[in-house]
Write a protein that binds this ligand. Structure first.
Ligand code: NAD
Length: 480
């Protein structure tokens, strides 16, 4: 256990009270394979209690609070997050295996989400609609009620920020089920919310197994909206469960996001993005760029530059703060090693290097494959590890066809100086976000995010999320 944890990690938060579950689970530090903490193994009954507590909150202080006051509380939460930034970063580094700098960036993003949604809470407005003589018609944006948030292990703070932040801003009461592999910052966040004055029951946090607590939350008949981030397989299960109650879901399910590099691209500008978008968080990023499509005229130059950059990629324990940390678990390492084995007949252009990596850590050395056929598993499937493939192309049409050839559609980027091509491809690429001469635009909390196809549906982040976490009521008054 790290000194940074200032709370009892074995408890869950229900209705403003911290309580133990009947059983616990052990969190593992992926950097060295040691036990990090015991966490609650929330049960179906615990989820039920959390949903009940959330409904009570909606009927009491939280439900009656003005949007302005909700916004003030969210802003205060953001400030306390910043006060605790060193602890949050250290906790996340131990729990997820993120190099400290990346963990710190996630904590800053969490604060920024609270600041953004705090400011936005009282700026969501309905409209008046011109209608028949004798009528006044207007719309109201109202919270769904109780929202369920099923969060993965790869970016706990950012995903909690974008989903719970927007849901609270609209006045929903939330039940959060963090991932069993990494849930400490979810608990830390709940303590921070209490410190900042969030009323009891507005946020409830029940850690536990996906098949138990997660499934119970997705299927709960008294939950009015589910936000899920994770795998396609589990997302489909969550959607089915919510569908039985006719409850809307937001699904964010990852991707196989390409970067398209044309002959006229500024390679110096592109290089850091080409590599970093693939290896950040050891490739365990839904919007990771795992496919680099390169026009033949610059293919060798891009391969050579990326090869050089890979030589500088050091891999080791999160607290050593190198470029790449371990994967989340030995199970995730097995999945990624399985993909690497499928690439045995492919050519490897470059690899990173291990540095002081303990044997029991879940380390995978970043690997860059070259000349990968677009229909190969490594070019098609989400790997969720530090693995990138280089794919050559000849024409713009070829590039678009290859880019659009996977089941996913989360993010894409275009590197070219040709303005007409930028505009054309921005329309033609199947993706929820398209970047021109950059990748990710710094991750701005303001930018609506989500996918099409197997990457999911619904949008989080930005103002758009506030519409997703609310429902529209039309009021038509006949006054003659
Ligand atoms: P997962 O989708 O199973 O887990 C994500 C969350 O869903 C966790 O909180 C988990 O407890 C919960 N969950 C699991 N089963 C559930 C169920 N039946 N009902 C409700 N909730 C449930 O993902 P995983 O097993 O941790 O990872 C497997 C693969 O998923 C990875 O290799 C990666 O490809 C992908 N993944 C994607 C993302 C993303 O950001 N899109 C995040 C994590 C994992």
């Amino acid at each position: 256990m790290t000194d940074a944890i200032w709370f009892d990690p074995s408890l869950m938060l229900i209705g403003g009270g911290w309580r133990a579950a009947d059983a616990t689970l052990t969190l593992i530090n992926p950097s060295d394979g040691t036990a990090l903490a015991q966490i609650a193994r929330g049960s179906v009954t615990d989820i039920d209690a959390a949903v009940t507590a959330a409904h009570l909150a909606r009927q009491s202080d939280w439900g009656r609070m003005s949007a302005t006051e909700r916004g003030r509380i969210l802003t205060r939460i953001g400030n306390v997050v910043l006060d605790r930034i060193d602890q949050l970063a250290a906790i996340e580094a131990h729990d997820v295996g993120k190099p400290l700098t990346q963990a710190r960036a996630d904590a800053i993003a969490l604060a920024r989400y609270m600041e953004f949604y705090g400011g936005a809470a009282d700026k969501v407005m309905g409209e008046t609609i011109p209608y028949l003589d004798g009528y006044t018609v207007y719309t109201l944006r109202e919270p769904h009620g109780v929202t369920g948030h099923i969060v993965p292990w790869n970016y706990p703070m950012q995903i909690i920020g974008r989903s719970v932040g927007a849901a609270l801003a609209m006045g929903n009461a939330c039940v959060l089920k963090p991932a069993e592999e990494a849930c400490l910052t979810a608990l830390a966040f709940a303590h921070i919310c209490q410190d900042a004055g969030l009323p009891d029951g507005a946020l409830n946090v029940v850690p536990g197994l996906g098949a138990e607590a997660g499934a119970a939350l997705a299927a709960h008949p008294d939950v009015q909206h589910i936000s899920f981030t994770g795998s396609v397989r589990t997302g489909a299960l969550v959607q089915q469960a919510a569908g039985a109650n006719v409850v809307p879901v937001t699904l964010e399910l990852g991707g196989k996001s390409p970067q398209l590099v044309f002959d006229d691209a500024d390679l110096e500008a592109a290089l850091p993005f080409l590599v970093n978008a693939g290896i950040q968080n050891a490739g365990q990023t839904c919007s990771a760029s795992s496919r680099i499509l390169v026009q033949r005229g610059v293919y060798d130059a891009v391969r050579d530059r990326m090869t050089q950059a890979y030589a500088d990629l050091t891999v080791g324990p999160a607290m050593d703060n190198l470029r790449v940390g371990p994967l989340i678990s030995s199970r995730q390492k097995e999945i990624v090693d399985g993909f690497l084995a499928q690439g045995a007949n492919l050519q490897i252009a470059a690899k990173g290097t291990l540095q002081n990596a303990p044997d029991r850590g879940a380390y995978v050395v970043p690997t860059l494959f070259t000349d990968v056929p677009p229909d190969h598993a490594l070019a098609r499937d989400e790997i969720f590890g530090p693995v990138q493939v280089l794919i050559p192309f000849d024409t713009e049409e070829d590039a678009v066809a290859i880019a659009n050839s996977t089941d996913y559609g989360l993010v894409a980027s275009i590197w070219t100086a040709n303005g007409a091509r930028q505009m054309r491809l921005a329309k033609q690429l199947r993706a929820g976000q398209v970047f021109i001469n950059n990748y990710g635009a710094g991750g701005g909390v303001e930018l609506p995010f989500g996918g099409i196809g197997k990457s999911g549906h619904g949008r989080e982040k930005g103002f758009e999320a506030l519409y997703g976490f609310s429902t529209l009521k039309t009021v038509a008054a006949h006054h003659g």
